[in-house]
Every structure is written in C-alpha cells, then in structure tokens.
Design a protein around this ligand. Structure first.
Ligand code: ADP
Length: 461
C-alpha cells in the first residue's frame, strides 16, 4: 500500500512548480516574441537562431508536372513522387517508399551514406510509370527535406553544421549536403537534380499552404519540436536589405532552444543535467515527446523512493532512464474507468510496478501535470509567433482567419496535450480573436510540401 500521506506533498510541489497560470503564459509568449526579434536582428543575438529558409514563394495550387521528394531525418528515409495537375486537378497521383538506413551507415563515411540514399532514389525512380509523366528534355527535380542543423546558403544549398539523432557520419560536416547528394547521383549515373533544400517545418508549411491560403505558421510536435512562419523581408534586419520577389520569406525559428521564463521543476533540472546537451533545448525538453515520459518517470521514481508509491520496494525498471515513454503516458491518461485498470496494467507491463487505486490516481495526476505544462507552453509559443506577426502588420493575423499547421506524433496522438495547447491559445488571445486562429493537424504534409517547393523553385520556370 502506498503511503499517500508522504506522496501528496510531492504531487502538490510538482503541480506548483510546473504551473502555467495566465501570467506565466503571457510572459512566455512575450519572451518568445522578443527572442524572435533579437534573432532576426543579428546572428547569434538570441536563443532562437531564426534561420533563413530561402523559400520566398509558397505553393499556390497552380503547380503542374512531376516532382520528387527525398526526406532524411532519422533512421529511415522516404522517397516520394507526385504528379501535380494545377488548380483543378491538384494531386493527380502520389507514391512513396520508405527505406531504413542500415546501422553501420550511420557511422560510416559521407560517400557511403549518400551512395546508399542515391541508389534508393534510383530504385524508386525506375518504377515510375502509370500516371506519372515527365515532359521531354527535362530532368527530374527533387525537394530534399533534411532535418539536421544546416546553414542554408541558397534555396538549393546548405552546409551541414553537425549530425544529430545518433548519426556520426564522417566527412559531411562543413559540406554542402546538396553537393554530397548530387555527387552520389553522378557516381550512379542518375540524372536528377535538387531544386529545393528544406527543413521539415518548412515542408509542412508549404504542404499545408497548398490546400489553404491562410496557413502562416507550421509547428512540429513529435520527438522534438520546431516552428516556422512567413516573415516580411523588411522585418529581418540581419538580411541587410536583401530582396525577395514576394517581399516575404519563411523563417525557421529553431524554437526548441527557447528558454526564457519556463517553469522548471527539480525533475527537469536533473534530466537536463544528465542529457547529452545540458543547458540546451530547454523548451524542447519541456514540451516534446522525447522528454515528457522521462520527466514523469523521474517524478514517479522519487515518489516510489520517498513515499512508497508502489509499496515498500522500488520497482527496478523505474530507475532506467527513458523506460517510461510518452505513448505509455498517453495510454494511461486515456483510462477513464473507476478502477483505472489500464493504468495498473501499463505500470506493471512497462516498469513492473504493482499499484493500488490511490497510487494509480496519483500517477494520472502526474501525467496530467506534465502534459498540461507541455501543451500550454506550446500554445504560448504559438501565440508568441502570432503576436510578433501581428505587431508588425496590424490586422494581418488577428483580423482574419489564420491557420497554424501542426504535425508530429505527439500532437497527433495525445488528445489532452492538444486540448491544453488550444486552451492556452484561447486564454491568451481571448475568445473573439482566437475564433480567427485555426490550429489544424496537417498529417505528413512535409513530404508533399518538399515536392511542391521543388515545383515552385523549378529551374524550368
Ligand atoms: P519524429 O518527430 O521522430 O520525426 P513523429 O512526428 O512521428 O516522428 O513523432 C514521434 C513522437 O511522437 C514519439 O517520439 C512520441 O514521443 C510521440 N508519440 C508517438 N505516438 C504517441 C502516442 N500514442 N501518444 C503520445 N505521443 C506519441
């Protein structure tokens, strides 16, 4: 039996330390706005890198023809082709394939990795037929989504700053990743060309905009988190007067690095200290899927140790970092039965914990506190972006319908998270203005988005 008397103060403290009442949300939204401005003023001027995407024109719906996309962001890469039919026909046909990257290639040389990717692409391109058609004399064009930190140098080039997410490929850092791919395609005799190099948030924005002209912001909430939005060229001082035909460009905020005014608990500080990047990505560590389960595990471990939450002994597996994952939390959080049967069986299956009803109730409260903070802070971040845009162009955002395109497994699968996020947006903007703000899931838009950006930036127009 758990000793609820000694667990209760730990729960109360967690709830207090992670609380996000309206003044906290407002502070976070305002700080996000201020950090965006600082990052737009000078490189290195802010936690937010505010990276220029060189995407100056977004899909309009008029795009026509055959385009490819290649998405490299983790242990898989995806290849995709679309046949675009213009305003009326839209996406005439689309096909994709997913290829997993052999473990050894993640630790090999740049040539080996890009040769593997190019041959996957060649293999896929070979199967083109049916509704897909390339006009004579044209080369197949690719939109390349590359979700690692890149210093973009033009729409179709960018230097890899460093590999992340477990990749340790030699010889790529400091090089143009498009050139790496082009060289691999040449070695193979594959006649295709990268027309656009895009971040996954930028791909999501482009993919959503294709269907809806009111999309102005895109946010990813998956393993990690990031956001991008449509900015005015004349609101980017660090561009020093550079031009864009549309007067606008997409800025990739890299908002995961935001840290100003976030309510942190002892569990967050300990998790950060034990991470591979202490002191970095604090916003990401409080709101994204990779970390939410881990924060909860740390709370439950403390409650088990100090309050005998799961009886006299502490379940051994509860001490393993990342043993409790965000999907487990999500599954427990959906249990609305009187005896919290699923909470009990998930705790038993995942960390080997036996629990009574009172312990299960506390576990649900812990999940709720962490997810509530995550969702509400994500909502405040979105409002920070929206109010920055509104301040610079009165009426642009709050005076009419504006869509925020959302993607990522956390947003897609966690209903409470979604609800807390939307609550925060409404609390901050008030019910009148928030009626104009549509926060909308745009599933897997980023693949098609990259192909659309290849079309928008086609060498043949
Ligand atoms: P990624 O961000 O890795 O490119 P996704 O957008 O698919 O890929 O997000 C995957 C992440 O989403 C997982 O790491 C997990 O944190 C979260 N997630 C996946 N499924 C669920 C679920 N059922 N409930 C809550 N979170 C989930």
């Amino acid at each position: 039996r758990s000793n609820i008397v000694s667990v209760a103060p730990l729960l109360t403290k967690l709830q207090n330390d992670s609380a996000t009442p309206l003044p906290v949300l407002r502070h976070v939204a305002d700080a996000m706005t201020a950090d965006m401005r600082a990052g737009l003023a000078t490189d290195g001027g802010s936690d937010l890198k505010m990276i220029l995407s060189y995407v100056d024109s977004l899909p309009s719906g008029n795009e026509k023809g055959l385009f490819y996309a290649l998405d490299l962001g983790g242990t898989n890469f995806r290849v995709l082709r679309v046949q675009l039919g213009g305003k009326e026909e839209r996406v005439v046909a689309a096909e994709f394939e997913q290829v997993s990257i052999p473990q050894e290639l993640m630790f090999g040389t740049s040539e080996e990795l890009f040769d593997f990717i190019a041959s996957g692409l060649a293999n896929f391109a070979q199967k083109e037929g049916g509704k897909f058609h390339l006009p004579d004399g044209r080369i197949r064009e690719i939109g390349f989504t590359f979700s690692f930190p890149v210093k973009q140098t033009s729409i179709d080039s960018g230097i890899l700053i460093k590999w992340t997410k477990g990749f340790a490929v030699s010889g790529t850092a400091g090089r143009d990743v498009v050139a790496c791919l082009n060289e691999a395609m040449e070695r193979l005799g594959l006649d295709m060309r990268v027309s656009a190099l895009v971040n996954d948030t930028v791909g999501t924005l482009a993919g959503a905009r294709y269907w809806d002209d009111d999309v102005m912001v895109a946010v990813i909430l998956g393993t990690g988190t990031n956001a991008c939005y449509v900015e005015r060229i004349d609101a980017i001082p660090k561009l020093h007067g550079a031009k864009s035909s549309s007067g606008r460009t997409i800025v990739n905020t890299e908002w995961g690095a935001f840290s100003n005014g976030i309510p942190l608990t002892v569990y967050d500080r300990d998790m950060d200290a034990a991470s591979i990047n202490p002191g970095e990505q604090i916003f990401e560590k409080t709101i994204s899927g990779m970390y939410i389960g881990e924060i909860a595990r740390r709370v439950l471990l403390k409650m088990a140790e100090e309050g005998a939450l799961f009886g006299k002994s502490v379940p051994e597996k509860l001490s393993t970092p990342f043993a409790l994952r965000t999907p487990d939390l999500c599954a427990m959080h959906q249990d609305s039965s009187d005896d919290l049967q699923s909470v009990g069986s998930i705790l038993y299956d995942v960390v080997g914990a036996e629990s009574g009803l009172s312990a299960r109730k506390i576990v649900v409260e812990v999940c709720d506190a962490i997810v509530k903070r995550g969702g509400r802070l994500a909502g405040a971040g979105i409002v920070g972006i929206l109010q920055k845009m509104e301040e610079d162009s009165r009426g642009l955002i709050f005076g009419k319908r504006t869509v925020v395109a959302m993607d990522g497994g956390l947003y897609e699968h966690y209903p409470q998270y979604r609800r807390y996020l939307k609550d925060a947006v409404r609390e901050l903007l008030g019910s009148e203005i928030s009626k104009n703000i549509v926060v909308e899931h745009s599933k897997d838009g980023s693949g098609i988005g990259a192909a659309l950006l290849a079309a928008t930036n086609s060498k043949y127009d």
